[in-house]
Design a protein around this ligand. Sequence first.
Ligand code: PLP
Ligand code: TYF
Length: 394
Amino acid sequence: MFENLQPAPADKIIALIGLYRADPRPDKVDLGVGVYKDRDGKTPVMRAVREAEKRLLQSQDTKTYLGLAGDTGFNAAMAWLTFGQAADMTRIRAAQAPGGSGALRLVAELLKRTRSDATIWLSDPTWPNHMPVMRGAGLQIREYPYFDAASGTVRFADMLAALSAAKSGDVVLLHGCCHNPTGANLDTAQWAEITDLVVERGLLPFVDIAYQGFGEGLDADAAGLRIMAAKVPEMVVASSCSKNFAVYRDRVGAAMILAKDGAQADVAMGQMLSAARAMYSMPPDHGAAAVRIVLEDAALRADWEAELEEMRLRMLRLRVQFAEALRRQSNSDRFDFVASHRGMFSRLGLSEAQVERLRAEHGVYMVGDSRINVAGLPEDGMEALAKAIVSVLD
Ligand code: PLP
Ligand code: TYF
């Protein structure tokens, strides 16, 4: 039977992990996969998460099933973390999901059940997994322009114009903060404008928030989503704890629904859980239980917020240092946008051939579209890295 299969194309971001590991050069630089790293290149378990895991180990006396929505305490805490204290919780429901990716798929399945011919608009460019996840759920895909590579900024007028052509009932996927792969984000005034547009045209906003706390701070990173939630009749959200709790492999995320009223929220939640049942039944517990313990305990939560803030500030510092080194090495302001971007990523605007040369000649690894993971920038090798980058420019 399998003789009929063709090899599947590799996930280009994940493939970089193996390429980097196999490279024997001691001064190689990993700017590939979007995983936070400290100064030593390590991705440690966060202090509060480790403590929560200890408590879990001591207190957990059963591993019996929890149910399709997973840990209800986790779900409530995630709804508050995302929508904030001002939100109308009577209209919001949250279901634990296997990572942000699982949450994206779960929401997409709900959309498919709601509207079998649903079209979803993705930013061009977007995270490469958005396409297969949405297609996998059977949604039609359209794209809206998002990024101006020359200036490193959002093509907001073009984005608005494209979305003005969307049909009532179409879905618009927005990155809540820290846009992947570009690092260019909407400001709050732009979120307000998009909110007016989706209300006016009857579009459904779908916010993917995978880096809350990595850009401007925990609340600031959710500000756009919250502006929207205060005005729109309905919206859906996929949130990930992979990065901001550093629980990547434990697969922790939440799929959330804001409905017109509590009764519709309950029906939508029931359909979403029925979709979960058809895919994997129940989500994995461990990571979500640890996150719940952190969010419900004032001291652990404060420690988590403090460590997250250290990570955020480190990435900001690296951005400034890198932009300065590139300015010196290139004698130009061409890369200044790196300092004003937010989150883990920036797109440098290099060609695939230039990215390949950096890998082959300098041991510098980045995604083929010239996306860099800012957390991988070498604090003590910034000048050499900037020099290598400038050396492959035309
Ligand atoms: N959405 C975006 C934009 C991402 O970059 C990621 C990657 O981490 C995710 C969602 C979901 O990640 P995970 O499934 O690991 O939580
Ligand atoms: O974009 C990234 O690098 C992260 C991690 O299939 C990631 O979001 C990359 C690819 C993938 C899953 C996660």
